[in-house]
Ligand binder design. Structure first.
Ligand SMILES: Nc1ncnc2c1ncn2[C@@H]1O[C@H](COP(=O)(O)OP(=O)(O)OP(=O)(O)O)[C@@H](O)[C@H]1O
Length: 472
């Protein structure tokens, strides 16, 4: 169950609301109206209509224009998609309008707290926020720029100042993140796929101030072909998966801890926030580049070609098993001081050395291997139901055996509905550190990016980074 305070079911109308401020000096559509700031939202009433409540959960902000209070809301439609709309109410009393606007902006941003007095709220101008918006113009089907224009209103309504920058080439987002003045913005928004966000993460972790930089909050709008993190986040807080809802999570949200993993081979390290795919999935992901002109269909075409190729991947998975009764992993920053050149790798054995006695090993051949920190490493694949972006665990889903063409196809098709776990050939493992030793020389795919090496080790760091989201 989500602990998100905004998402608890709320009645549209309060029966006995206690008002923080209320006034009858308003008019709505030319008829006298009353407006009250109550626990659930703004309560509006006229003599001619049923009272209605604009919920704080849906309100993004408010401004005063001439003699009007304009409240921006984004209640979801039946499909769950949030739609930006304006509610306007008039009054001839400018100070009253301003009081309601200040209180609305405050309560739209911070959940109701009875310890704050009206005076405190009215004297606290909610600070504006600033964000850098990075857009990958070639991500997915190339529609990221237009997609951001469609959701930009959510940022404006919430009073967030934005600076837009289009990425001009591969690795541009890494360069930007490496030199970004972290004091100039409150967070960065990536409009693209997981690959764009991954580039930002690589830039942040390569800085000399990495221990501050890696906690710089990242928001995501799904404008790529692989949008696993946004899919996983929306699921966690019971939001529908639409670009508007992802914008809502950013503007109504605050920085939330996000697990990250260090992957290493014998010559480099890579910081991942989502997943490592090897075998079938990695080959399909990386080879689908060849079919980019086909848009989203490129993955299907690439997958069919790969199933028919009858390829198998040889190697061994070794991992630190998680005991059922082990204590919850400690958040990285609670356990370790901000020191060293990079996140500490205390759970991994030397790359060429023997494995710890407590580790287990599964030998291949592997047909399927995907390790994820979130439930959905890709928007249409519910790989590890129940996995949480801040549970401190890596969830490995693998098939360490040969499969018939038919069973392989059935398991792949079952990923969408998470029924793949019902197949006895599918193994699910929970771990904080693992090693993959393999004979093939293909790249694995980490958050959509290529990574090589015959031996790859991965360690989880619980809550190392931060993502903009509603509390989860
Ligand atoms: N202007 C650009 N020109 C070419 N490549 C770019 C540009 N901007 C970003 N990229 C590259 O695009 C890659 C993929 O981006 P992104 O994840 O946003 O989209 P995607 O369609 O989901 O990608 P993927 O190919 O991983 O499925 C990034 O890793 C980045 O290197």
């Amino acid at each position: 169950m989500s602990r998100n305070p905004w998402n608890t079911p709320q009645p549209a109308v309060m029966s006995t609301p206690v008002a923080l401020i209320s006034s009858t000096a308003f008019s709505l559509g030319g008829v006298p109206a009353s407006l009250a700031v109550v626990e659930l939202g703004l309560l509006v009433a006229t003599d001619h209509t049923e009272p209605m409540t604009l919920l704080w959960a849906d309100i993004l902000g408010a401004v005063v224009m001439e003699n009007q209070l304009i409240v921006y809301t984004c209640a979801p439609k039946a499909s769950g998609q949030r739609i930006l709309s304006k509610f306007t109410i008039s009054s001839g009393q400018p100070e009253l309008l301003e009081s309601f606007a200040v209180a609305t902006r405050y309560l739209a941003r911070y959940p109701w707290d009875t310890t704050r007095t009206l005076n405190e709220i009215l004297q606290t101008e909610t600070p504006d926020r600033r964000c850098l918006v990075l857009i990958n113009p070639v991500g997915g089907s190339g529609a990221a720029e237009r997609m951001f224009q469609d959701v930009r209103g959510f940022f404006d309504a919430a009073g967030i100042h934005i600076k837009i920058q289009l990425t001009e080439h591969a690795a541009h987002a890494t360069e930007i993140a490496q030199t970004l003045d972290l004091t100039a913005f409150d967070f960065v928004v990536c409009v693209g796929g997981d690959g764009l966000a991954s580039e930002v993460v690589q830039g942040l972790i390569r800085r000399s101030d990495w221990h501050d930089a890696i906690r710089f909050p990242i928001g995501l709008i799904p404008g790529g072909s692989g949008n696993g993190l946004t899919q996983s986040l929306t699921k966690l807080v019971n939001e529908a998966f639409f670009p508007e809802n992802c914008a809502y999570l950013i503007v109504k949200g605050s920085p939330q801890p996000m697990d990250m993993m260090t992957a290493r081979n014998d010559h480099e390290t890579f910081l991942s926030f989502l997943s490592l795919a090897w075998a079938f999935v990695a080959d399909v992901d990386l080879e689908s580049e060849t079919y980019r002109l086909l848009g989203g269909a490129r993955f299907t075409v690439s997958a069919v070609a790969k199933v028919l190729s009858w390829k198998r991947w040889h190697g061994a998975l070794s991992y630190l098993p998680a005991a059922d009764d082990e204590p919850t992993p400690t958040q990285y920053w609670d356990a370790l001081p901000a020191s060293g050149d990079a996140p500490a790798l205390d759970l991994l054995p030397p790359l060429a050395g023997p494995l710890p006695a407590s580790w287990k090993t599964i030998e291949g051949p592997f047909t399927f291997f995907w390790a994820t920190s979130a439930a959905a490493p890709s928007s249409d694949c519910h790989l590890a139901p129940g996995a949480h972006v801040n549970d401190g665990y890596i969830h490995v889903v693998a098939v360490p055996e040969n499969l018939s063409l038919v069973t392989q196809a059935k398991i792949l098709l079952a990923l969408d509905s998470a029924t793949h776990l019902e197949y006895p050939q599918v193994v699910r493992i929970k771990t904080r550190a693992y090693q993959l030793r393999r004979t093939d020389t293909n790249f694995v795919s980490i958050d959509g990016e290529r990574f090589g090496g015959s031996t790859i080790q991965v360690q989880m760091h619980r809550g190392l980074g931060r993502v903009m989201c509603l509390p989860y």
